[in-house]
Ligand binder design. Sequence first.
Ligand code: SF4
Length: 131
Amino acid sequence: MTRARMPRPHEVDAARRDPRLLRALNERSQDDAWRTRGTCQNVDPETFFPAPNEPVDIAVALCRSCDVQGSCLAWALEVGDCHGVWGGTTPRERRAMLLAWRDEVQPDPSVTAEAGPPVRDRLLTLVPSGR
Ligand code: SF4
């Protein structure tokens, strides 16, 4: 298993200007019911967790049409989730965004990894059975 490399300074700078991050900052904590309104509600969770050599295009395209993209990305950044596609971002993009995010916001203690569908289903794919 390879370790993810740290984002380079120019990647973090680009993340700070990324419209997806700006939207997440604006929509952070604005919509507690975002989980129930995601475009991915009825999509196979595996779509959002492609293998490293598989394209992410389908998941990212679904996110682009999603009304709660900003809230979803804000949640992923709050919990520091760097697996799968959230809010139209890849794990690599989010690692750079995470550094920019942590400079901008104070942690929200009400945000936890506990989530409703479809997020819950997606998280379950990350948790080894027996835990
Ligand atoms: S992962 Fe997030 S942004 Fe993408 S479709 Fe699901 S709820 Fe929407």
